[in-house]
Ligand binder design. Structure first.
Ligand SMILES: *Cc1c(COP(=O)(O)O)cnc(C)c1O
Length: 372
């Protein structure tokens, strides 16, 4: 089946008891079991699994072309769930530009668990090969990356990982499965902050891991989730599944708007550069053209001048809102270095833009007046 159809139907199916077309929300925390503790149907206790979580996990596995999926209370719970299956002493290789809180895990938590992390520029395949160690178990990529919009060749990095017996996980939040399906390029795990495009309306938090192959690693991750309890609530699972139903249509508009803005503002005297993989002069354009269907709805504007010049532009937008997060129906702008705080490696003149579903003309007019 085609992706557009999977987005509408996967994880669906009538509710057997009522024939309802839209799924019910099962809030029950507990499910009947035999006196010996065996489930009489599919579930026992909410932390271990629930009908709404099941539907969403089935849908995500189908959409990302994986065998299994696990959903979590947030994107960060999913990242944590992924690294918590590693044994002490393991080495993780991480792209140098990743979501700032993913970097915080690598700096603040993993060393306590005796897991060493090194950063590498994964757009440079030779650098990745050189950084591999005999104890490297996991490579963590994010493409396009947040917020530098680096594009990593998923297939090539997967080959390097597999040659060394390691696995590749890709944070696919920026692209979404509509634009990029990392498992089809050889990645072992695709990760999502469902708080962003998958939910799509800035009103639900969730995270997911999708695994190319079912097996021991999935079962270990499921066990970690059951123990640590970072599981998605039924209502949030229901909201994200509803979001998936329109993801195909929404992404088409997000991508078209981002492209229109990138083209309209390229060459504007107030802009030093635009980081958008759809622009032919982006260093990752060729790789992005191979591994993505469209170039996504996120772009970063490097404002000509200083941090203060960038903040001035951010303060002048009228329609576009200053707020963190991304992937909702409304356009958001953010001075990333300010929100990332101390230790940020983001350029001081960079404004990250999440293009919403408004008319492109209105967004371009707003940015042009803000640039002055
Ligand atoms: C937001 C985000 C996360 C974290 O997700 P939460 O749902 O906020 O926990 C991880 N990676 C990327 C790329 C993100 O944008």
């Amino acid at each position: 089946m085609k992706l557009e159809t999977l987005l509408v139907h996967s994880g669906g199916g009538l509710e057997p008891s009522s024939g309802a077309v839209s799924p019910s929300i099962h809030l029950s925390t507990t499910f009947e079991h035999t006196p010996e503790g065996e489930a009489t149907r599919d579930h026992v206790y909410i932390r271990m699994g629930n009908p709404n979580q099941d539907r969403l996990e089935d849908a995500l596995a189908a959409i990302e072309d994986g065998e299994k999926s696990l959903v979590y209370a947030s994107g960060m719970a999913a990242v944590t769930g992924c690294v918590q299956v590693l044994a002490p002493g393991a080495h993780v290789l991480m792209h140098k530009d990743v979501y700032s809180v993913t970097r915080a895990i690598s700096r603040e938590l993993l060393p306590n668990w005796n897991i060493e992390v090194s950063d590498v520029d994964m757009t440079d395949l030779d650098a990745v090969r050189r950084a591999m160690r005999s104890d490297t178990e996991l490579l963590w990529a994010e493409t396009p990356s947040n917020p530098a919009m680096d594009v990593i060749d998923i297939g090539a990095v997967a080959d390097i990982a597999h040659d060394a017996g390691a696995q590749l996980a890709v944070d696919n939040t920026f692209a979404t499965p509509v634009v990029q399906r990392p498992l089809q390029h050889g990645a072992d795990i695709a990760m999502h902050s469902m708080t962003k495009y998958l939910g799509g309306h800035s009103d639900v938090q969730g995270g997911a891991l999708v695994f190319r192959e079912d097996g021991d690693r999935v079962e270990r991750a499921r066990r970690v989730r059951t123990i640590t309890g970072g599981v998605l609530s039924p209502f949030n699972a229901w909201l994200v599944l509803r979001g998936l139903r329109t993801l195909g249509c929404r992404m088409a508009r997000h991508v078209a708007n981002a492209e229109a803005i990138a083209v309209a503002l390229a060459g504007h005297p107030g802009i030093e550069g635009i980081d958008y993989p759809g622009l032919p002069d982006h260093p990752g354009h060729a790789v992005a053209s191979r591994q993505m269907d469209g170039y996504g709805g996120m772009l970063s504007l490097r404002i000509r001048g200083t941090r203060e010049d960038a903040l001035r532009v951010a303060s002048r937008v009228r329609l576009i809102r200053n707020a963190t997060s991304l992937g909702g129906v409304e356009s958001l702008i953010e001075h990333r270095q300010s929100i990332e705080g101390p230790g940020s490696v983001t350029a001081p003149n960079l404004l990250r833009l999440s293009t919403g579903l408004e008319a492109a003309e209105d967004l371009i007019d707003d940015l042009v007046q803000a640039l002055g």
